[in-house]
Design a protein around this ligand. Sequence first.
Ligand code: GLN
Length: 483
Amino acid sequence: MSVQPSTAAALARAVQSGASSPQALLEAALARIRMARSLNAVVSLNAGAEAAAMWVAERVAEGETLPLAGVPIVLKDNINARGTLTTCGSRMLANYISPYDATVVERLTAAGAVIVGKANMDEFAMGSSTETSAHGPTLNPWDRSRVPGGSSGGSAAAVAAGLVPLSLGSDTGGSVRQPAALTGVYGLKPTYGRVSRYGLVAYASSLDQIGPFARSAADLALVMNVLAGHDPRDATSLDVPPAFRVGSPDELRGLRVGVIRESLEGNTPGVEAALEALLAALRGAGAEVREVSLPHLRHAVATYYLIAMPEASSNLARYDGMVYGERVPAEDVSGSMTATRERGFGHEVKRRILIGTYALSSGYYDAYYSKAMRVRRLIADDFGRAFGDVDLLVSPTSPFPAFRLGEKMGDPLAMYAADVDTVAVNLAGLPALSVPAGFETVGGVRLPVGVQFIAPALGDERLTALAGALEGIGVVRVEPARA
Ligand code: GLN
């Protein structure tokens, strides 16, 4: 796509003013999705989209003002929207059609958005590359021989390629921020509890959080004001009304930014350069930038996987062929359950159920799960101490730009290590935003690089304000990728 695609804010204005219509925006989005089919970013379409667009058109004609009037959006395929396939990238749920809307879908729809379709993802959100999907991998729109990151790779690629201005993903250990970084867009992981998880298929419930992808700070603020807020149907939902806005460069003066020392090792030259350039720009705008140490961060990846896998092993027990999705018949019930799980789950999901069950089993619980829970507390305390001295923390989002398809699939530990910069944030329940911070040229191809800002709990609003300020000084900018 050669022209800068429209933002959600501009599309909603066009609908509101009568310059465009929700039906026309839907048609255009569907045409772009068709043209970009080879990216494999969108895995199914919403049969109810046309009716939703008409409903929005009627509301607007009646004089209602809707913040996302007619804005086409795609959802990660683990978010339930009534009448849509919700496969979670798994054979297990290949034919599962949602009977209800997630709270985020209700909110988006009420705000005038039109759910166009569902985006590809790693199976049950387990992965960092979107390669474990039963639908096959999504390609990175900047370089089709590379992954878009994961697990919300389809949602990231859809926004990066300009198919839609906004999408939703879920972030359990980095699955919004890391693909945002690898595709050159914004990706926000809210404070745990700020966005309802009702209707999100659970992976690791104490870590999961829904978050948006966007191409501008203004769109990020716009959609967060729709998504965030209390939901009685999610027991962990927080009653904090959203007040997201875009900041200006003068707000950078005196801002105290802590660079996480432990994140400065092991990065590629392009990632180092992008971080350095961003820090220089922050200093130039009057921010106080200093290094801070979070000593327990080196245990974050091990701790994360020792908590995420046990939670997953418990959450995925429900896929036994009796209630949801596929069922493989056998002589008796137990045989059918075994055959269903054997056939329905992919390799990585099985690995995690096995490791997770092992870590919870009697005799190993104390050595693994319980110890991980104690280290989780130490990591959260590190963040708490750091935020005594600084307003925001910063690190790379990923130590490297997009890697090649297949490069890490044979080496699970290398894949897990891709999450080194993101998982600690989920362990501590904090909000964090990946911003597009530049490019690293690899083999003549420009690959996007992301930088992550972390705020204290409930400091989510600081992140969209910061993004606006960084756009204002020109150091952060989304460029359109070739679809
Ligand atoms: N890559 C991490 C994992 O595989 C994070 C996934 C996510 O955030 N959903 O668990």
